[in-house]
Design a protein. Structure first.
Length: 277
């Protein structure tokens, strides 16, 4: 396939194209020692992995947006991929952490490659559509929202993660009390994202499964119909497994019951279908 015939990305090698199609993918990642003191959540989306994914769904200098930017992993990943990133997060301290991440990878904030504001996701998306007039201008939505509701504080208090995830704001959907409200909010994000995207552009949502209170939830699968209802057609899912897995893990359910160690997270892939002639 000649490069000029490739309307999706800049890949020219067939093997490289196929590498991105597998439903189960492995990746290697260690938080750089220099960054570790800056990370508040400890769950930075790996910028090199984000860059690898972004390169498949866009061409050089494409516009990528992330309304749940967290500590900036996807936005910095966009810069690593030679794309332009814009996003927001509810917490100002995450924005400061993102600056450190950008500095580490050689893409400081304010240099034109990526930008991040402190704002509620839906409010920011609505502003971009209604006030800034950016409808139909974006090449890719790539975001990593909270993986469900009622995130506990720490492992030693019975929570599901070994780090602070307790929100301090009623707008933080990771602390919502009902999944109905959570999925309604995700639907609102999808609604405005669909308006921002160009026809034919993709929307990527990271989701992880949740095991809480003895119940296992496929959060991404439950969210997918709410996203698709807003005009983004569900195209598939890829499951990512970090290797090696021989890292120190808490032992759940010892001597009592099966409690899964969720070693994967999933990329739910949607597309704003092109207009038919």
């Amino acid at each position: 396939m000649a490069l000029e015939d490739n309307r999706l990305n800049d890949i020219t090698d067939t093997k490289e194209w196929v590498r991105h199609l597998h439903s189960i993918r492995e990746y290697e990642w260690r938080v750089p020692k220099e960054l570790a003191p800056h990370l508040k959540l400890g769950v930075l989306t790996p910028p090199p992995l984000a860059a690898d994914i972004i390169k498949f769904y866009t061409k050089a200098y494409a516009q990528v947006f992330d309304p749940f930017a967290g500590e900036g992993g996807i936005l910095v990943g966009a810069a690593l991929a030679g794309r332009l990133g814009a996003g927001c997060d509810l917490y100002e301290e995450n924005r400061e952490t993102a600056r450190a991440v950008g500095e580490h990878y050689g893409f400081p904030a304010g240099k034109g490659w990526w930008g991040m504001q402190t704002a509620d996701a839906v409010d920011w998306l609505r502003y971009m559509v209604e006030e800034r007039g950016h409808a139909g201008t974006q090449d890719l939505l790539f975001t990593d929202p909270p993986w469900g509701i009622d995130h506990g504080r720490t492992q030693d208090k019975g929570g599901s993660v070994p780090f602070e995830m307790t929100g301090r704001d009623g707008q933080d959907i990771g602390t919502f009390e009902s999944y109905d409200d959570f999925y309604k909010y995700i639907g609102a994000v999808a609604h405005y994202s669909a308006l921002l995207l160009k026809p034919g552009a993709y929307a990527l949502f990271w989701f992880g499964d949740r095991h809480r209170g003895g119940h296992y939830r496929l959060v991404g699968a439950e969210a997918a119909p709410h996203i698709e209802a807003e005009g983004l057609k569900f195209k598939g899912v890829q499951h990512f497994i970090q290797k090696p897995l021989n890292v120190r893990r808490q032992v759940f359910g010892w001597g009592k019951a099966y409690v899964p160690l969720v070693d994967h997270f999933s990329l739910y892939i949607f597309r704003k279908e092109p207009r038919r002639a």
